[in-house]
Design a protein around this ligand. Structure first.
Ligand code: NAP
Length: 244
């Protein structure tokens, strides 16, 4: 994997940052993507200390011209894209009767349409290379559902269908497309969940601990590696046994 090029959306912080670090430790060069350029740039700068090339690109994954610019910039800088990790994601939680239309649209647009737009641009490049690895970050709630997360659960279930369809379309072009579905992972996204809910979730995890961003990163690195070359269209659940 040495010298390969990976694009990690939302790579500046949280799970995406751990994924970027784990790929960098495999000597993979990185494109760190986010809407907050300063955060992406800081992570990118720190990754260069691991001896790889890394750039930050400001892009909103739900905006098709931003996504086109992201892949044009990547091609100009590195000439290819070996790995795409669609990790950017947001939540806008509310019970469905109180869920605002704009919160439905925003979550679907960033989590699901953003994954679609990045896959579309990456596949065009990967087809020419006859090689590529796409890993989409889904979620346990896309499979179990969750109170207050109709928009988020739908976006993450949608990612599973999207992943399987693209996997079938390009399996004979050397491109594998898989998803990782994390359970409860400790990051900024989950920090706001009230303690009583967190304790309830902990009781539902057979391994009796929340996951770490590194737990997710390790699964992504495996799916991005040559060892996973015969695996496509799969959802790898990383959840301590919470859903099986
Ligand atoms: P996080 O700490 O909130 O980070 C979210 C990342 O997404 C940030 O880097 C953010 O960068 C980026 N992002 C948000 N909107 C974007 C946009 N429109 N365009 C480009 N980048 C955007 O979240 P996390 O917990 O690390 O979650 C990462 C992924 O794992 C998400 O897809 C999430 O749904 C999934 N997941 C998380 C958990 C969990 O328990 N934490 C469980 C299951 C799945 P900017 O702020 O720079 O835009």
């Amino acid at each position: 994997m040495t010298g390969q090029i990976a694009v990690v959306t939302g790579g500046g912080r949280g799970i995406g940052k751990s994924i970027a670090e784990a790929l960098a430790k495999k000597s993979i060069n990185l494109v760190i993507v986010g809407t907050n350029y300063e955060v992406a740039a800081e992570t990118s700068f720190n990754l260069q200390r691991l001896g790889i090339k890394s750039i930050a690109v400001k892009a909103d994954v739900s905006n098709s011209s931003d996504v086109k610019n992201l892949f044009d910039t990547t091609l100009n800088e590195f000439g290819r894209v070996d790995i795409l990790v669609n990790n950017a994601g947001i939540t806008r939680d509310a019970l469905i009767i109180r869920m605002k239309d704009e919160d439905w649209d925003k979550v679907i647009n960033i989590n699901l349409k953003g994954t679609f737009l990045c896959c579309k641009e990456a596949v065009k490049i990967m087809m020419k290379q006859k090689y590529g690895r796409i890993i989409n970050i889904s979620s346990i709630v896309g499979f179990m559902g969750n109170i207050g997360q109709a928009n988020y659960s739908a976006s993450k279930a949608g990612i599973a269908g999207l992943t399987k369809s693209i996997a079938k379309e390009y399996a004979n072009r050397g491109i594998t497309v898989n998803a990782v579905a994390p359970g409860f992972i400790t990051t900024a996204m989950t920090e706001t969940i009230p303690d009583n809910i967190k304790n309830e979730m902990l009781r539902a995890i057979p391994m009796s601990r929340f996951g770490t961003p590194d737990d997710v990163a390790n699964a992504v690195v495996f799916l991005a590696s040559p060892d996973a070359g015969y695996i496509t269209g799969q959802i790898l659940h990383v959840n301590g046994g919470m859903y099986m």
